[in-house]
Design a protein around this ligand. Structure first.
Ligand code: ZN
Ligand code: ZN
Length: 408
């Protein structure tokens, strides 16, 4: 079996873990259509009842952004709503392929992007609610595309070489090697679950973050918070791996419990461009001040486009010595970069990270400290010198991270 075949099998059978009689929706860029077809084949071999493919194309999206009249943006179309409703009603599981030229929308009017993203998020909300509460099995995985590989491996002698380097890096990060990937993933899940158990055992009231870059903040965790790692069980009863690769152990901060300043340690791809060297200052959970070395206006858009995008919805721990981090590659893609670094997310919290959230309204969730928003945007804050101290309800201080790595 080739590594590509192994990778596809692993994504379908371990990642989304499709079972006989289940339905699967594959969202995939046309640039890597072969991957979607291979995944479709695997899913049917696993007994899927129906596999649909939704083709994505960022190049035609760019043409649209540049040339379509203003009236074209921010539309919500009935047929798209119908499609989302159908996927929700029929219980489709989701496999998304994340592969994008990080600068595809460079130079496009951000107003246009903002309008479309807002309309798109609203339209997708019923589906995203199902996904983020793990009502269905879902996975995001990556496949190289030429523009993306060229950006990541800009020193490569040719596009072909860059593609080859990227595939090697993806296989390594996704634990596809000479062993059986199923065994590799079982061992990895067990390791991450041991960190989950340690963190749950302490039931921290606060976390304190510090590094030499200037990051210095405290973060209260909600009562009944739950630390999670990959290998979650969906409401369907089947275990799935939401992100491939994944190195994170995460929960949500209390919506109003973060105070202090945080410096990003990697650029953030947003609206098809890069926000670089940015920082955020929090008071009672809300961003009250921010700055960026490059594309500050995009950071402002991120904070203001959606309600509650200026509050946090995720805190994730990733050791600095994780294999993705050690590769030293800057991926310009959240799926990969977030697994190389401790990170926070602005916007929506996963309802699964706090006990007793089932059936609660948005208002009730916000009141419980579980931030509700149409967006969820990760940004990286990990560094080789990051210190995290956990403080328990009886005031005991426990080192959680020392010099960028787990101390528990
Ligand atoms: Zn995360
Ligand atoms: Zn996230």
């Amino acid at each position: 079996m080739t590594k590509l075949e192994k990778y596809v099998k692993m994504v379908v059978n371990v990642g989304v873990n499709i079972q006989p009689g289940q339905k699967l929706m594959i969202r995939c860029p046309v640039d890597c259509a072969y991957f979607a077809r291979m995944a479709m084949e695997e899913a049917y071999k696993a007994g899927a009842e129906d596999v649909m493919i939704q083709w994505m194309d960022e190049k035609s999206a760019r043409i649209n952004y540049l040339l379509a009249p203003d009236s074209n943006f921010g539309k919500d179309t009935q047929w798209e709503k119908e499609r989302v409703k159908y996927l929700v009603d029929e219980g489709y599981n989701m496999l998304s392929v994340s592969a994008s030229d990080p600068e595809i929308l460079k130079g496009v009017d951000p107003e246009r992007i903002q309008k479309n993203q807002k309309a798109g998020s609203l339209m997708m909300k019923p589906l995203m609610d199902k996904v983020s509460s793990s009502q269905v099995q879902w996975t995001i995985a990556s496949v190289p595309t030429e523009a993306w590989a060229r950006k990541v491996f800009s020193d490569a002698s040719s596009v072909e070489k860059a593609m080859e380097m990227m595939w090697d890096a993806i296989y390594a990060a996704s634990r596809v090697d000479d062993n059986d990937p199923v065994d590799n993933w079982n061992a990895h899940v067990a390791n991450l679950q041991s960190k989950v158990e340690a963190l749950m055992g302490h039931n921290f009231e606060y976390l304190r973050f510090k590094n030499a870059l200037g990051t210095d903040f405290t973060m209260r965790l909600p009562q009944g918070h739950i630390w999670l790692a990959c290998g979650e069980k969906a409401a369907t009863g089947n275990v799935f791996i939401a992100n491939i690769p994944t190195e994170e152990v995460f929960t949500t901060p209390h919506r109003t419990g973060t105070n202090g300043i945080v410096y990003a340690t990697k650029p953030l791809v947003y609206m098809g461009d890069l926000i670089e060297d940015f920082w955020l200052k929090f008071v009672d959970g809300r961003v009250v001040e921010s700055g960026a070395g490059r594309n500050r206006h995009l950071l402002e858009k991120l904070l203001t486009t959606h309600e509650n995008a200026d509050y946090l919805g995720e805190v994730a721990l990733v050791p600095h010595d994780s294999p993705i981090s050690q590769s030293g590659i800057l991926w310009y893609n959240t799926l990969y970069d977030e697994n190389a670094s401790c990170h926070l997310a602005l916007g929506r919290a996963y309802a699964t990270t706090v006990q007793g959230t089932e059936g609660k309204s948005e208002e009730e969730l916000n009141a419980m400290g579980v931030n509700q928003s149409l967006t969820h945007e990760d940004f990286m804050i990990g560094s080789a010198d990051l210190e995290i101290i956990g403080v328990t309800y009886d005031g005991k201080e426990v080192p959680v991270f020392v010099n960028g790595n787990y101390a528990i």
